[in-house]
Design a protein around this ligand. Sequence first.
Ligand SMILES: *[C@@H]1O[C@H](CO)[C@@H](O)[C@H](O)[C@H]1NC(C)=O
Length: 261
Amino acid sequence: MGADMGEKDMARRLMVLTVICYFIKIAEASGGGGSGWSRGHATFYGGSNAAPSTMGGACGYDNVYTAGYGVYTTALSSALFREGEACGACYELLCDSMSDRRWCRQGGRVVVSATNFCPSNDRGGWCNSPLQHFDKSLPAFTRIARYSSGIVPVLFRRVGCAKKGGVKFTVKGHSFFNLVLISNVGGNGVVKGVWVRGGRGGVWQAMHRNWGANWQNNSKLDGKPLSFRVMVEDGKMLTFNNVVPSNWRFGQTFATRLQFS
Ligand SMILES: *[C@@H]1O[C@H](CO)[C@@H](O)[C@H](O)[C@H]1NC(C)=O
């Protein structure tokens, strides 16, 4: 009998503890205590193979797999996409089970990379400004929610990006229109500034975001080895010396060994 009471007491204490934890989690998730969680919604595009819909996209990563972004990718509403400034950003997402218990996967969480833009009025207006919306690949969606739900409320925050290997540079464009696609960016994940140098004695020239993850400078750099200096959003900067050899051709991708932490 006495042991019985002890067990009941223990069970009661455990329940109280669970409830407290539950509320701490809500407080954290609501952005209380500066933990950085925000609220939004998520849908999905494409089928389970995800292949056709993850190719191309508004960041310009022609093939998101070879560019280092994998299966867990997302298109962002304009409020989050910021005209391409968010390309490459990583977000951790939880299904907001407080708002929608039925359609959430218990304990599900996923980290997605921003590779595309979700235009206004697509997806029933969910991507219209100022909504914070994630139109994810199906595998990313089903990590946190049931397929049949179609749309779920989410909690999200920016996180660091884990990448295999170094930053990659793809030389695009034509002569006099030097465009470089910068992909597989780890650490903060988002490129904020780029400089290019042609030849060993050349000067560093600022590049500007042309679209998505494509950066441009009009100076003629054909036939010269190229070096790049890349700064990510948190201010970290890396210099990639002569990563592109002088015989480069438009369309080639050059992998490096340097990576942001
Ligand atoms: C190219 O670099 C030069 C030198 O930094 C700069 O003056 C020019 O604005 C740049 N052009 C573009 C398109 O970024």
